[in-house]
Ligand binder design. Structure first.
Ligand SMILES: [Zn+2]
Length: 219
């Protein structure tokens, strides 16, 4: 079973990916992990990708796609299936992924879109704080610390990353809702789209998603 998850930052797709892994025993592949691992391994591709990230630029599609395909085709992952999270981000990447998989006689079985209204995403993302000592993550709305501004685990001060402040959040959401959202049409045209209401609590979303995926995959 090969699945693509997409949704804006704050839509909960990373959390849902972990739940799907526990249910379907496949591998969770996130683009962030791929870039980090490739850099740590010291591979040529990883080095090139890192040079873009360091300059604050997007890693070009051909490099990203090749890194993802290398991971996907590792035998243990190819056997168990995979859940992609954070990739593809654009139609160009989705096409390159389909072409790469086709050459291997594989394909994406299903894509899942986690639909959360922009206003709710902003609320979720702007509530994020992390601790100075160990980067423990809190959210003033969904997971507040026992004492405001202080980490429960180590007593260190909580702060908000620049990434989680208003303008940075707006910019990331702008990119998502102008580019990545086009994947809706791409996968709908292939009849491979599950549209999930992500504006519910985590357990409700995952129960609904797992039931629908089981039905979908047995059709
Ligand atoms: Zn902490």
């Amino acid at each position: 079973m090969n699945i693509v998850l997409f949704g804006a930052q704050g839509s909960g797709k990373g959390t849902q990916a972990e739940k799907l892994v526990a249910t379907f025993h496949c591998h969770h592949i996130s683009s962030g992990d791929i870039f980090r691992d490739a850099f740590e391994d010291g591979s040529e591709l990883g080095r090139v990708a890192h040079s873009y990230i360091e300059r604050g630029e997007l890693v070009p599609d051909d490099i990203t796609v090749e890194m993802m395909l290398q991971r996907i085709t590792q035998p243990h992952i190819a056997r168990a299936g995979f859940i992609l999270d954070g990739f593809p981000r654009t139609i160009a990447q989705a096409k390159a992924l389909d072409e790469g998989l086709a050459k291997l006689g594989r394909e994406i079985d299903c894509s899942v879109y986690f639909d959360v209204p922009r206003a709710e995403l902003i609320k979720r993302l702007s509530g994020r704080y992390i601790c100075k000592a160990h980067q423990h993550v809190y959210n003033v709305r969904t997971k507040p610390p026992k004492v405001a501004g202080i980490c429960d685990m180590d007593g260190s001060e909580l702060y908000q990353r620049t990434d989680d402040q208003g303008p940075a959040i707006e910019k990331r959401l702008d990119i998502f809702f102008s580019e990545t959202i086009q994947l809706l049409d791409y996968y709908r045209a292939q009849n491979k789209l599950l549209h999930v209401d992500g504006n519910r609590d985590i357990d409700e979303v995952s129960a609904d998603l797992i039931e629908r995926l089981k039905k979908y995959l047995s059709r």
